[in-house]
Structure formats: C-alpha cells, structure tokens
Design a protein around this ligand. Sequence first.
Ligand code: GDP
Length: 402
Amino acid sequence: MEDTIAAVATAYGEGGIGIIRISGEEALPIIQEIFEFHGDTDTFISRRMTYGKIIDKEKNQIIDEVLAVYMKGPKTYTAEDVVEINCHGSMVSLRKTLALVLRKGARLAEPGEFTKRAFLNGRIDLSQAEAVIDIINSTNELAQRNALSQLEGSLSKEIENVRNELVHLAAQMQVTIDYPDEDLEDITTDDIRNVAHDCKNRVNKLLSTADSGKILRDGIKTVIVGKPNVGKSSLLNSLAREERAIVTDIAGTTRDVIEEYINLDGIPLMLIDTAGIRNTDDTVEKIGVEKSIKSIEKADLVVVMIDGSGFFGDEDVEVLHATKNKKRIVLINKTDLGQSKYVEAVKAKANGSVVIEVSAKTGMGLDILADEIRKVYNFGELAREDSAVVTNMRHKTALIKA
Ligand code: GDP
C-alpha cells in the first residue's frame, strides 16, 4: 500500500488513445519529472487535462505527445493521488512511457490492484469492487446495467439495511437483559420474531434473484437439440447473425464444445454447441441425437427442434422425452415451406411446453422465441432499474449462510 503503482489501463492493441494510470504518493512527483509543459503553464492543477510531452530527460528523448491529468486524493478512483497519462494508443508509446514511470520509482500494478486499493482505502466495499469486474466483463446491456447498479451500492445498501435491523435488535435485547430495572421499553419475543422474520424475508428475496442474476451475468446456457437436418445449425447461424458478441473456445476441449454468446433482443444466450452442430451440410459429420442429449444436462434452457416439413417420428419423440424435465421450448422449423402437418402431434407430445412455429431460414417466429424466453426467465423483474440482484456465487453463499 506504500508503493506507487502504475499500469497500462486500456486494452492492449492499437487505438487512438492508450492510458497509463499511476496511483500513490509519488504519482505527482513522477509526472512532474517526466513531463514537459506546453505553453505558459508549469504546474499540474488537480483534475485539469494538461497538454505536453513525456520526456526521458536522461536520454534527452521525446517519448510521446500526451494529455496528462493529476487527480488529488482522496476523491479519486483509488482514494490516493492518481495521474493518468493519455498517450497515443500504440504499444510502443505505452511501453516506453510506462518503463519511464517505473524507472522513476513506481511499481508495476498487479491485475486489479487499483480496484483493490479503492477497496482497502474504504472507498468501495467488496461487492462494489466485484461489480467493477462484472461491468468490464459484461456481455449484454442488462448485465452491464445491473453491475453498474451494484457498483453504485444497490446491493450493499440492501444488505446494510438488513444488518442494521439485526444489530439494532441485538442491542435492544441486550439492554432488556442487562438493565431490567431501567425504565426502558422491554422488547418482547413477538418483536424479536417479527424483525427476524422480516430480515429473513428480505434475505430470501435477494436470494430469489440469484438464479436469474447468474443467468443475467453468464447468459442462459442454451442447447439446441433435434435429429440431424432439422435446422439446428441454421437456427444457430441466424441467431448469431443478430448480434455476435464473443466466441470462446473453452480450453482443453479441442473444439468439442464451443460456447457462443449472443444477444437475442436483449436476452443474453450462451449457446452451448457441439462442433458437429456448428458445421453446415458439407463439413464434419452431423451430430447424432445421442450426443446432443449429453449436452442437455448442462443446459439451463433446451430448444428442441423438429422439422415441420419432414417426418415427425420416433427420434423426435425420443428427444422430447429426454428433455421433458428441463426448461424448454419446442420449435417446429421450416414453416416457410408451408404449414406443418405435425403441429397438433408435437403439442400432444410436448408435455405442456411452448411450441412455436418458426423458420430458421427466414427468421420468422424468432421474435416469439425471444418473448417466450423472456417469460420463462422473468426478465421483466430483473430489468427494473432499482432492484438489487445477486449475480455472484460468493454473495449467494453468504446470503444462504445469513
Ligand atoms: P442440422 O443438421 O439440424 O444442423 O440442420 P441444418 O441447419 O444443417 O439444416 C439442414 C437443411 O435444412 C439445410 O439444407 C438447411 O438449409 C435447411 N433448412 C434449415 N432450416 C430451414 C428452414 O427454416 N426452412 C427451409 N426451407 N430450410 C431450412
């Protein structure tokens, strides 16, 4: 905590601007040593962007032309003195400037260390620190907004309120026991029970958001299953076309499982896909029903697909049977080729699941799919601006313990 730390704060790669952040007591002395002011100014005023050059005075070398800002603590990100240098966003400028800053006495910050300092200096609590990383990692608007509200303290506030009630209750009990003769209002068993119940309800209410909250953060793990050629990869492709966010190859699975985040009308889906499904007609062998059934276990949501233009047969019924205990939506595909003969037959076997007629090819019916998913996961509630939502396993465990 005594050290002054520094790091490149922006993403690696080329960009218009790259920022180096310095935090600690030496932040100002260091920038003063390596900065050449442009024009009349020769001092840093807190929170004022200052134009100048980064100079390696020993080598008599200009490193970059920059904008630098000094922010005096404690009202800063880390609650310490902070300096940010806006270099040109080339790795060379950034690396050279950072090297110079380190040479002048700063130490390279560890990952997350700026936020750690904000926490250790008491500016934010742990759930807020965790929210920072959730904002950075957010893959969809709802998750980002929720993390932001957590950063602003929505979750901390609700926990703090419950805690205060319990502390107050404990104090009242203590007083009643320790000073029975004083003229204080005694607390009754009923009072204790009421407050305890109320607190328990509030904790449970937070806990009830945890499952959807996790989904909000990680996306709904979705598997598309169905016999070969019903149109699974076509659906995947047309969903992915909507908005492709990130494609992740999960390490150690050699193309066996691919996870792809997509954003379907604001709903974060993490499509779990097996290599065979992704590849259309020509490449790689089609994946069998058996193999897709294995991935069903891992899924939050199963999309069962049936070819409405083909034959509704034993294999389809087998898929419906294998998924009957999951949250699922049944799609009858290829309805661009005409109304399917099997709608009623599928509904009869779908065990009450929603059945939607779609066309993966034209995109018809995919908006209804989005609406149905929204209903299944109660996203309306989550989208409320002010509500505290639990998205983090540690929070969930702590609440269960509480
Ligand atoms: P998968 O084996 O389940 O992944 O099926 P594919 O997505 O590879 O689709 C099999 C064949 O059906 C391909 O020739 C697709 O072009 C075609 N297909 C998929 N969806 C539709 C659809 O909605 N309408 C029509 N007419 N053809 C489709």
